[in-house]
Ligand binder design. Structure first.
Ligand code: NDP
Length: 347
């Protein structure tokens, strides 16, 4: 028997920021690594967990429908995981394989019970070919990276010489969206909520970066985008969207990726949506999970850009599964610089 620490969803939060101990609890259980496995079963040891802001949206009453299921009370949180197969009675998952999931369980060990549960997991031995850390497949080369890629390539359609503005630019999605703009020769401006984040954005090649908490966003955009905005990659919504619309050029495009400001209790909204008509803007939303056919090209392109040094990537790593609740709160409060990862164990 080994110790199996789990991070349990224990209550629907009363406010935007969940409470550790009340809404998310650490539970110590035991796990039998030597138990016999039925046909199709296998055991995973979690190596890294991904902390994503959208997890807050899953902490809701399950009767409220959304694009992703609500978490189940009393069960472990779910999000991106990178794991190692330690024992298997399933021919698709061999002992020693690295396995990725977008809906893996926040616990040290998982017994994957049947083929249905196995569908949540994919063998992802690529880190052994690329030499890149397995945790990169939770961020830059995982769902957040693919979100940036789909948003930019399918909707934004980057064009040399044009201006791209990215909000929440230091987020996992934002940092890649902006860098894709640079790969295609755009002028790229980003906003973030802390000075160390704006410094980081300049370091990774953004032409301009500003702290939206220090400035009037619309005035600042006028200053740093003198030719106007051609593509706005929106991660934030609300007042930031309003400021971006005010500074968009005619026929500009808005990639509606996320509206993190709207998760708050009293969100402020954009009041100039009429300008979408006046400026003939094209606003398009998307959900990354609909775009599986772009996955192969995404992995190929982004891996190559990274290996060629055309893009950079930063992780914020907390050690130990019991750090997951606080790390989620940090992400919701914008305290993380770079993709938030929990390191659970070494390979
Ligand atoms: P991260 O969790 O890495 O970062 C989120 C950042 O958003 C925070 O660090 C914070 O940074 C900023 N933020 C938080 N609250 C506010 C606020 N009220 N106003 C402005 N900024 C705020 O984000 P992800 O990279 O995981 O996600 C980025 C966006 O992409 C989110 O909106 C998410 O919902 C969306 N998304 C969309 C998907 C799709 O399929 N369409 C899939 C995955 C993500 P700061 O310091 O700058 O405030």
């Amino acid at each position: 028997m080994v110790k199996n620490t789990q991070v349990i969803f224990s209550r629907i939060p009363d406010s935007y920021i969940p409470e550790v101990g009340k809404d998310m609890a650490i539970k110590e259980t035991e796990f039998d690594l030597d138990a016999p496995l039925s046909n199709g079963q296998f055991i995973l040891k979690q190596l890294s967990l991904s902390i994503d802001s959208y997890m807050r949206g899953r902490m809701r009453d399950p009767s409220v429908k959304s694009y992703v299921d609500a978490f189940e009370i009393g069960k472990p949180l779910k999000c991106g995981t990178m794991s190692l197969v330690t024992k298997s009675n399933n021919p698709k998952f061999k002992e020693g394989d690295l396995v990725q999931s977008s809906g893996g369980l926040f616990e040290q060990y998982t017994l994957v019970q049947d083929e249905k549960q196995a569908e949540e997991y994919q063998v992802k031995n690529d880190p052994r070919d690329t030499g890149l850390p397995p945790s990169y497949y939770l961020g830059l080369l995982g769902m957040p990276g693919m979100t940036a890629y789909v948003g930019m390539m399918k909707i934004g359609r980057p064009k040399k010489g044009k201006t791209l503005y990215v909000s929440a630019a230091a987020s996992s999605v934002g940092q890649l969206a902006g860098q894709i703009g640079k790969v295609y020769g755009m002028t790229v401006v980003g906003s973030a909520g802390a000075d160390d984040k704006t410094v980081y954005l300049k370091e990774i090649g953004f032409d301009e970066a500003f702290n939206y908490k220090n400035d009037d966003i619309s005035t600042k955009l006028k200053e740093v985008c003198p030719k106007g905005i051609d593509i706005y990659f929106d991660n934030v919504g609300g007042k930031t969207l309003e400021a971006a619309i005010a500074n968009c050029n005619n026929y500009g495009r808005i990639v509606a990726c996320g509206m993190i400001s709207q998760y708050a209790e009293h969100p402020e909204t954009a009041h100039n949506l009429m300008q979408i008509i006046v400026k003939r803007l094209r606003v398009e939303g998307f959900i990354v999970s609909d775009e599986a056919d772009m996955k192969e090209q995404f992995r190929k392109d982004v891996t190559q850009w990274l290996l060629d040094g055309k893009i950079n990537y930063k992780e914020s790593v907390a050690e130990g599964i019991e750090k997951a609740p606080e790390a989620l709160i940090d992400v919701l409060q914008g305290k993380n610089l770079g993709k938030q990862i929990i390191k659970v164990a070494d390979e």
